[in-house]
Structure formats: C-alpha cells, structure tokens
Design a protein around this ligand. Structure first.
Ligand SMILES: [Mn+2]
Length: 444
C-alpha cells in the first residue's frame, strides 16, 4: 500500500482536521462527529437524479466518491470511514477509497445505508451530525441539538478558510487541468466557432464530462458576455464574433479552479480593446496587492475606483474618475463583487464570517453581491475577478437620472454589442507574497 507519495501532504491535512475538529467539538459541547457524504437528489415526479456532489464538510476530510458514507470522528482515536458500496448492476459503483485515504482512516465497507448506521452503533447524547440527511440521522438516534449545530458548523466552515498544503496542491492541479482547455477554447473562438463548439472544445481538452465541471461554464460571444451567468451555448452564430468571454474551471480531488478570460478578435471596437487592456493591468495589480491585513471590502472599492478611471479615460464618463466613483456611477458597469473564496465549493464558505463563532459581516449596502467581507490572511485562496459590462437593464435608470449628462450615451450604445469584460485568477496568499495559481499555467 502506498502511504506517502504522491500525496505526502494528505497525512498532515488529516492530522490538522483532527486537531481543529477536536477543538471545535470541545468548544461546542460535543464529543463525537458524524459527517454524511450526502444523498442523491431525485427530481420531483421523476426517477432521474441530479449530478451528485459530496457534502463539503465530508470532502474536506476525504476525496471519496459517492453518497451515504459516514465519517466518524472522536478526539483521540483514529477516524473511521464507513463506506457504502451498493451491489448494483444498473449503475457503476463509485471508485473505492484510494490507498492514501485508507492509510489515514479505518475504512469499513458496507452495502446499504442502513448497514452504515448499524456500523456506527448507538450515538451518544453528545454526538453531532453534519450533512443533509438530518431526518435519517434523527431516526438513527442523533439528538435534535446534534443535527447540524450552528456553532459547530461555523467553526468547521471557519477552518476551511485556511488551506493546507494538500488543498493548495489540489487547487494547483485543478488549475493546471483547466489551462489547456482554456487555450483550446480560445483557439476555437479564433477559428470563428459558435459557442456550442467552443464549449465542446473546452470539454474535449479537459477530458471530463460536463457533470464533472465545478460549475456550469460561461461561454459568451459578443453581447452574451454581458450576462453575468450566461448559460446558453448558442450553435447559431452567423457572423464572426469580436469578443469572447469564458468563465470555466476544473475539479481535482474535490477542489475547483475558477478562471475567466476575455478575448477580442480583429474588428473589435477600439474603445473596448483599450478597456480590456486597462482591465488586465488593474486585475494584475489587485492580485499582487491583496495581501494580509487588507480588507477585501476596501479592495472591492479600489476596483471600482480603477473602473472609474478606465471609464473616464475612454470618455464613456465625462467627469473625473474620483467624482464618478463618489457618485456611484461605476455600479451599473460592475454589479458583482471583486471575488470570493475558492476551495471545495466554487463560492467557498465563510467569506462573510469574521470569527470562528460565526459572526457575519454583511457587504456594504450598495454592494450586496460582494461575497467576501473578510480581512485577508495567509493561506486564504480567493478569486480576483474585476469586470466591466454594458448591461442595458442596469444602465437604463442612469439615462434618465440626475447624472445622465456624465455619460456619453452614444458611446455606451456603441459598446453594448461588445458585451463586457471579466478577468479572473485564483490567488493563494502565501508568506511574503501572493501566488497567482492561474498565471503559472495560463500566463495571458
Ligand atoms: Mn468566480
């Protein structure tokens, strides 16, 4: 059995989970934790299941595929993993637990969820359960106060903010995997392919099925780039597109990459091309300056100041950048947040949680979409993804508003068919400097 290479850091990761979980249990009055890997979601009045995603708290301990498993932890003893391996000829069973997981857990294999609970035995009064199958847990003896207890879940979420070496390696691998797929997508755009073909070029280069993506890819040509989560993949592109925005990632050992690029083809509007160049510089600066001690909210405001400067420079706004920022004239051009934590979940937990007890810091009133309100610390991984869009629905109120004269509306209208810009990298806050994981594999 291979216990070290290639995942030497996994052992340290599990030891860290044991230590932080023991502390969390002790602080919240529990002495044992069961984490359920999840139950398949079946569509109403149907016999089809949605693609299965493991409970994130479970995935944090072990990259073990499939539903119904129960991870059993108590301080001071080796963790157990009760794994459900159904005898099934309709569906291929999930892959067995890898050797590096078996090296850290006592793995018990059973064939039904009921047998898994039998293997767990009678939970004591101070056993906590984390997972979606709360009813099942209740039927198997977990006390109501032990079902997803908020103070405990807050602490488990909090610890996920600080990525172990094992997690950073997985995030790097997820980036390395996505990079050639991004290049294939760019080549398909340059060749004049419609969105659906670009999407397939991405998947082919990735070598994964669509269900294995960490999120639905955004593949938008021209004005489609202005829909923040555009999920259509049109096959009917008749004229050659000038602008291409792709927001797509990959998953490795349960961890996600989340990467966005915007490309222009010959014939793109020269003002839009200048905006894109300016945005690249702004984004690169933010990836470097997002260092410990800095508030992510302040970075978000700096981004709006940067966008104001780009808009003023391009003549889209006819007043000085500072004044445009103070008046909130950048809001319609950048309606989303600067970024979010990244990990097991693409929008990872605890971005607005400011202490381990679970206190939430809401985003600024006029920036409700900002997912991260924390002060930056070492070992965080987050995205830096400024954007600049021409979204008629958001611009419309400004056309008739008190600051209407500050906009060059003819230029705005000219740029609407170009859609928008977003550039997104994944940043690890290391000691001494940030590590831009994305640029190591996708330099431009
Ligand atoms: Mn993102």
């Amino acid at each position: 059995m291979s216990t070290t290479a290639p995942f030497a850091s996994y052992s340290a990761h599990v030891a860290a989970r044991a230590a932080t979980t023991a502390r969390a249990l002790q602080e919240t009055g529990f002495d044992r934790l069961l984490i359920h890997s999840g139950t398949p979601f079946t569509y109403f009045a149907d016999d089809n299941d949605a693609p299965f995603h493991s409970t994130p708290a479970f995935a944090h301990w072990a990259p073990v595929e499939g539903p119904h498993h129960i991870l059993d932890f108590a301080p001071g003893r080796r963790p157990r993993l009760v794994r459900v391996q159904p005898r099934d000829f309709w569906y291929a069973p999930p892959a067995p637990a890898p050797d590096f997981v078996r090296a850290e857990f006592d793995v018990v294999e059973v064939s039904t969820p009921a047998a898994a609970w039998k293997e767990i035995g009678s939970p004591g009064p101070r056993t906590a359960f984390v997972g979606g199958a709360a009813e099942e847990a209740s039927e198997n003896g977990i006390a109501p106060a032990g079902l997803n207890p908020k103070p405990l879940v807050a602490r488990l979420d909090w610890e996920r903010t600080y990525k172990s070496d094992w997690e950073v390696e997985a995030l790097i691998a997820a980036t390395a995997k996505a990079a050639p797929a991004h290049r294939a997508a760019e080549a398909a755009f340059r060749a004049g392919d419609p969105e659906i073909d670009i999407h397939h070029a991405y998947l082919t280069a990735l070598g994964d099925v669509e269900d294995a993506l960490p999120y639905t890819s955004i593949v938008g040509l021209d004005h489609h780039a202005a829909t923040l989560h555009y999920h259509g993949k049109s096959g009917r592109q008749t004229t050659k597109a000038r602008v291409f925005l792709i927001d797509a990632g990959a998953t490795t050992r349960g961890y996600a990459s989340d990467i966005t690029r915007t490309y222009v083809a010959p014939g793109a509007d020269p003002v839009f091309v200048r905006l894109l160049e300016g945005m690249k510089t702004l984004q690169a600066d933010l990836c470097v300056t997002s260092r410990p001690g800095k508030s992510y909210v302040d970075l978000h405001f700096e981004t709006h100041r940067g966008v104001a400067a780009l808009l003023a420079e391009a003549g889209i706004l006819r007043i000085p950048a500072d004044e445009a920022f103070e008046k909130g004239l950048t809001y319609p051009f950048l309606p989303h947040g600067l970024g979010h934590f990244l990990g097991i979940q693409v929008h990872d937990v605890a971005g607005r949680q400011v202490d381990r007890e679970g206190t939430i810091a809401p985003p600024p009133a006029r920036h409700p979409a900002l997912r991260t309100t924390r002060v930056i610390e070492e070992r965080m991984v987050f995205t830096i993804e400024p954007g600049l869009y021409f979204i008629p629905m958001l611009l419309e109120p400004f056309r008739a508003g008190p600051h209407a004269a500050a906009f060059d509306w003819a230029l705005v209208d000219r740029l609407v068919p170009s859609g928008g810009i977003r550039i997104e990298d994944n940043v690890f806050v290391g000691t001494g400097a940030n590590r831009n994981l994305t640029r190591e594999f996708l330099p431009d």
